[in-house]
Ligand binder design. Sequence first.
Ligand SMILES: Cc1cc2nc3c(=O)[nH]c(=O)nc-3n(C[C@H](O)[C@H](O)[C@H](O)COP(=O)(O)OP(=O)(O)OC[C@H]3O[C@@H](n4cnc5c(N)ncnc54)[C@H](O)[C@@H]3O)c2cc1C
Length: 294
Amino acid sequence: MKASAFAYARPTSVADALGLLAEHGDKAKVLSGGQSLMPAMNLRLISPDLIVDIGGLAELRGITVSGNVIRIGALARHVDVLNSPEITAHAPLLTEAVAHVAHPAIRNRGTFGGSLAHADPAAELPACMQALDATIIARGRDGERKIAAADFFRGIFQTALSADELLVAVELPAAQQKSAYFFHEFSRRHGDYALAGLAAQALVEDGVLLDLRLAFFAVGDCPVLAMAPNTLVSVPVTPKRLSEALAVLAKELDPPTDQQATGLMRKHFAAVLLTRCVSLLLGRPEPSANGRAA
Ligand SMILES: Cc1cc2nc3c(=O)[nH]c(=O)nc-3n(C[C@H](O)[C@H](O)[C@H](O)COP(=O)(O)OP(=O)(O)OC[C@H]3O[C@@H](n4cnc5c(N)ncnc54)[C@H](O)[C@@H]3O)c2cc1C
């Protein structure tokens, strides 16, 4: 199948792109890497009148570190994030996670901003944004607004962006000395969307979790920042406390059943992920999971 006919514009500045979006509203669609938009158009799931191709806007590229803030431009491609020494040094969770995004051909074109704006509930990067407490920067003709990742993802393919805004960048705090992270997902094959996954960022001192942010993905309409870790923070993690956390988690999650997995199966995966995460962060590694001190 081919996409319906559409008009195409390639603005040369962010201001021009925003002008086109303001003029055409929800009849226009932004094109970044095209790895999600084009398949959706070819399947005629969406049929925009106008494509606004922002691929040439150099000001939306780049990864920079300033003080303890990492800024990732919306047009940074997955491969740029994967190969970035700054990201490896200051946000190693992302290096680990982005290696699970699709396959090399898709990572060569797909962009960081595109993945967040697309907001697939099974995508890795939205969950990482929650775990890392990132801020999403959206720009419209009236200026910029900063949106906490926890408020950005609203549902399946739904975000806080309005039709006349561009996601221009993301800012996240650099990992501290005591930072540790965990990333793992269950999927049928490496590169497939996850059946269930967990991105976690923690502060660990003397075998105690001082802070723990757990963002589960593929278990709901958008990434779930779990409350379960509250019972594990600032106390020695005993088997009893871990069981309590697992019980809280079981109540928090209500994963969907689809052709890929049942809700019950996803819940089981989530419990396994939490157990592995805690073991690894506290230095009791399990052989099949990934995670280490930053
Ligand atoms: C076979 C296959 C497997 C995949 N597997 C995975 C996977 O395992 N995990 C995963 O996370 N992803 C996966 N993807 C999706 C891939 O990561 C895409 O790169 C990503 O979802 C979208 O990025 P993009 O730059 O291609 O965005 P596009 O396809 O260009 O755009 C996606 C959506 O976001 C909007 N948009 C894009 N950029 C902006 C912006 N700056 N501001 C506002 N709106 C914007 C577009 O209008 C569109 O609605 C897969 C894709 C394919 C084809």
